[in-house]
Design a protein around this ligand. Structure first.
Ligand code: SF4
Length: 207
């Protein structure tokens, strides 16, 4: 019997600014891709690496222990060709050929109309959401929500300051992070903590 991914090659890249969860995405792509029999490659330095052909093979050892590291092990970079209008137009046209704008569900925030991309029907054979129906499973979706008590969504939306979260500095610290905002170096709660704000906002005061 042939494994379902045999003969396939998957590449993963991280673009834009470093963000929490990038290493988790790289690790999941690598481990699941290889378990399915595919060859997995990382593209270094985001779109810059696509232009330069910076593909590196990824295996289990390459992604071991990266979950707790901030940012992305593949790096991200600005691509100065994108300063040129013609290059941006070409990229936009290529994107539009493969992807269409769709409503997207943002963790902890909910569905925002026209805020995401999905593969066009012509590319359905490559759409993981269609190939793996458990993607829509309710229990799985709940696992993608914020941990109980974590107010990260309101922090990210600027509705509260990090130390207005009831868990800040009590149950949630960089050594024992509960939500994504405390996990990575770029997380709002982590930044406040590192900047010296070590206690939750006392009731009746303002930040
Ligand atoms: S302090 Fe921790 S639990 Fe509270 S919002 Fe920030 S990450 Fe979430």
């Amino acid at each position: 019997m042939t494994a379902p991914g045999t003969g396939r090659r998957i590449a993963v890249l991280t673009s834009g600014g470093d963000a929490p969860g990038m290493n988790a995405a790289i690790r999941a792509t690598t481990l699941i891709g290889r378990a399915a029999g595919a060859e997995v490659y990382g593209v270094e330095r985001g779109y810059r690496g696509l232009v330069d052909g910076a593909f590196v093979p990824l295996g289990a050892a390459d992604v071991q222990g990266i979950l707790r590291e901030g940012g992305t092990i593949l790096g991200s970079a600005r691509c100065k060709e994108f300063h040129e209008r013609a290059v941006r137009d070409r990229a936009r046209a290529q994107l539009a050929e493969v992807m269409e704008v769709t409503d997207a569900n943002w963790r902890g925030v909910g569905i925002i109309p026209n805020s995401g991309f999905a593969l066009r029907p012509a590319y359905a054979a490559h759409d993981a959401r269609l190939r793996f129906p458990s993607y829509d499973n309710e229990a799985r979706k709940r696992r993608g929500e914020m941990p109980p008590g974590c107010d990260c969504a309101r922090v990210v939306l600027g509705k509260i300051y990090p130390n207005e979260c009831i868990l800040y500095g009590r149950a949630c610290t960089p050594r024992h992070p509960i939500g994504p905002c405390m996990v990575s170096d770029e997380g709002a709660c982590r930044i406040w903590w590192v900047s010296g704000v070590r206690s939750p906002l006392a009731e009746g005061t303002t930040a």
